[in-house]
Design a protein around this ligand. Structure first.
Ligand SMILES: *Cc1c(COP(=O)(O)O)cnc(C)c1O
Length: 414
């Protein structure tokens, strides 16, 4: 690699202000984990916390834990930890349910807030669950409710009109890593009289987000990607302060009631963000997420953004320099500000190439039809890791190591 040497990158690692965080994760020796955008790795502190919650809080304290170990406060406490990472107030964020369910909750509430408008507007390439949930909701409501899809969010103006009640967009596209300007899009949507729901699945924990700076109405996000909360970790939702008193949850569960333990037969929503709670929280998963988020209190968010842009930019430069002639085509924006913390390359042999990389301990993933995704979580990926990953990719391409049947058999999860 002529222009940049591995020594240069090792020197950058030595000077990296985020370098101390890597040792807090339990990442297997020799593995280059470029898939934190799908499942964040285990923190040592999370392993200890979960063990303690299981053996002491559940095992010994049993039902007294709801009060004694503050299990009931977990959802709001986690919300308070996520809030500063996404530019929200602590009272505007709640950990609850899955991203899919939170989308249902907020889309249905948003439609109710715009009577007379019947359209949910989203992007054709949005993550499937976002679209499936919207489809299910409009079909449940019947009448003339519908889901309208833009070819791409950049053409938003062509799709907005007086029928649009709510616009739902994922800020960072899961396939390409394209990142949208949150403030500009939110303003455009609100100027057209609609409400804005952001999906932050690939934003929260990867770089700083400013929901209130953008005057966003609603947001959802994922706990198991860059937040490292563990497989199937609870998701989160954001409701701007100005909507909290009037918003009506469609999933009006007992734990979102003003006084659940009064056990009355009529529903009266809790004040504030708590009304978006549905049922009993998954305490083991909540505890893991709560512990994982403690790390972020120590993380300078601007430093996270800077390193994310440097790692992804370095990967693009090195792949283009080292792997030319193998038909890889950059699918992510070249401009740092227009990209999330992942880089995607297209290749017709992408699935097999990714399997060959995984066999060589470089873990990324694949998304149909031809996208190889590489996630760069700044807390545990080093500059030298980027070099090593590209060196292995080059070897896989030059030797044709991917071109065997074993790497072409599709697994259930790609
Ligand atoms: C990962 C992801 C989800 C996941 O939804 P779940 O309900 O947790 O399965 C939703 N939306 C986007 C954009 C995602 O990237």
């Amino acid at each position: 690699m002529p222009s940049i040497t591995r020594e240069d990158l090792a020197a950058r690692d030595a000077a990296d202000p985020l370098k101390s965080f890597r040792g807090r994760f339990d990442i297997p020796e020799g593995l280059i984990y470029l898939d934190g955008n799908s499942l964040g790795p285990l923190l040592n502190s999370v392993r200890d916390r979960v063990a303690d919650v299981v053996s002491r809080e559940w095992g010994q304290d049993l039902i007294t834990s709801w009060n004694k170990n503050k299990w009931m406060e977990l959802a709001g406490r986690i919300g308070g930890k996520i809030a500063p990472m996404i530019g929200a107030g602590g009272h505007e964020v709640l950990a609850a349910d899955s991203t899919s369910i939170n989308i249902f909750k907020l889309l249905s509430a948003a439609l109710k807030m715009r009577p007379g408008r019947r359209v949910i507007l989203s992007e054709a390439g949005n993550f499937p669950t976002d679209l499936y949930i919207a489809e299910g909701l409009v079909s449940l409501l019947g009448g003339d409710y519908s889901l309208r899809l833009m070819d791409k969010a950049e053409n938003l103006a062509d799709y907005l009109d007086d029928d649009v009640a709510v616009v739902m967009i994922t800020q960072v596209d899961y396939r390409t890593g394209r990142k949208l300007d949150m403030a500009a899009v939110t303003k455009q949507v609100q100027d057209a009289g609609a409400l804005m729901l952001w999906d932050l699945a690939h934003s929260a924990g990867a770089f700083p987000v400013d929901l209130n700076g953008a005057k966003a109405d609603f947001a959802v996000g994922c706990g198991y990607k860059y937040l490292n909360g563990g497989p199937g970790a609870p998701a989160f939702l954001f409701v701007a302060d100005r909507h909290q008193a009037t918003i009506q949850p469609a999933l009006s569960g007992w734990l979102g009631h003003a006084n659940p333990f009064a056990f009355t037969s009529d529903y009266k929503p809790a004040t504030g963000i708590a009304r978006h709670t549905v049922g009993t929280p998954p305490v083991l998963s909540m505890s893991a997420l709560d512990e994982a988020l403690s790390l972020f209190a120590e993380v300078p968010m601007e430093g996270l953004l800077k390193k994310s842009q440097q790692l992804t930019g370095l990967f693009i430069d090195l792949v283009e320099q080292e792997c030319g002639g193998h038909g890889l085509e950059l699918a992510s924006p070249r401009e740092a500000a227009a990209r999330g913390s992942q880089v995607s390359f297209r290749s017709q042999n992408g699935y097999a190439i990714m399997q060959a990389l995984i066999a060589r301990k470089v873990i990324g993933d694949f998304r149909d039809p031809d996208i190889m995704r590489f996630g760069f979580a700044p807390l545990y990926i080093s500059y030298a890791d980027v070099w090593d990953a590209v060196a292995i990719l080059r070897d896989v391409l030059e030797t044709g190591a991917w071109d065997v049947d074993a790497f072409k058999q599709r697994a259930a999860v790609t």
